[in-house]
Design a protein around this ligand. Structure first.
Ligand SMILES: C[S@@+](CC[C@H](N)C(=O)[O-])C[C@H]1O[C@@H](n2cnc3c(N)ncnc32)[C@H](O)[C@@H]1O
Length: 222
């Protein structure tokens, strides 16, 4: 499996989009956001299925398929418009083993055992909900599997303040349904995921952005 997709693959994913706006948004997002190749790299050596919590339009799933990733991928999101868009895109692209389900991650997750991915949704949860989601996600990581998370981290940096402003802008422009509620700390990941038996590492994933994004990778040893 490759980590970096050629431009032709990004354009192919964009052409599957249902809305005209997404045909411009999707390739720009996939080209500029370092998270998709970072996740592809973390999953390069696994044959376990993936649960993508808060999958949005399902971009990670399409990216991984175009990169040659074969195991089943289940995307889960409470936004019915995004899930029906993802389903149409999967159908148009004739991708096998891509499943998209609607549901609220605060009230339960699909049954799963394998790898789990959570990109950019924890800021919409209270601290208690964050802890519960991390525990539920960790319980779905199989031996040899990984939980891969991208999140802005709460700390005393200027990057953190810019992250909060960016999320509020997304809410005010109606790009996001929800406003940010609470940002996780490094200690939260280390304590909750460590207690669940996972080995945790946390590193910056800033790319070319001013945001305080980090990649958190928690692994269950074989
Ligand atoms: C910033 S978007 C990230 C989309 C996707 N993870 C990506 O990186 O391409 C956050 C997503 O989380 C979803 N989300 C927020 N709260 C959720 C919840 N409680 N349950 C399920 N999905 C949720 C939103 O609908 C949105 O699609």
């Amino acid at each position: 499996m490759t980590n970096e997709l050629p431009d032709a693959s990004l354009k192919h994913i964009a052409r599957l989009s249902v809305r005209l706006w997404d045909r411009y948004y999707v390739p720009a997002k996939l080209r500029s956001d370092p998270v998709y190749s970072a996740v592809a790299k973390e999953l390069a050596d696994t044959e376990l299925p993936v649960l993508d919590i808060g999958c949005g339009l399902g971009l990670l799933g399409f990216y991984l398929r175009e990169a040659g990733f074969k195991p089943e991928i289940t995307g889960f999101d409470y936004d019915t418009r995004k899930i029906s868009s993802a389903l149409r895109m999967a159908e148009r692209g004739d991708y096998a083993g891509l499943v998209f389900l609607t549901g609220d991650a605060r009230t339960g997750l699909p049954e799963h055992g394998g790898n789990v991915v959570i990109l950019d949704i924890l800021q919409f949860f209270t601290r208690v909900e964050q802890g519960a989601l991390l525990q539920a996600a960790a319980a779905r990581v199989a031996a040899g599997g990984r939980l891969v998370i991208r999140s802005g981290l709460e700390d005393d940096s200027a990057r953190f303040r810019i992250t909060v402003a960016g999320d509020w802008l997304a809410k005010l422009t109606l790009w996001m349904k929800a406003a940010p509620v609470c940002y996780p700390t490094r200690e939260l990941f280390e304590s909750v995921l460590g207690a669940a038996g996972l080995k945790v590492r946390v590193g910056p994933l800033w790319g070319g952005t001013p945001f305080n994004n980090h990649l958190i990778v928690a692994e269950r040893q074989l």
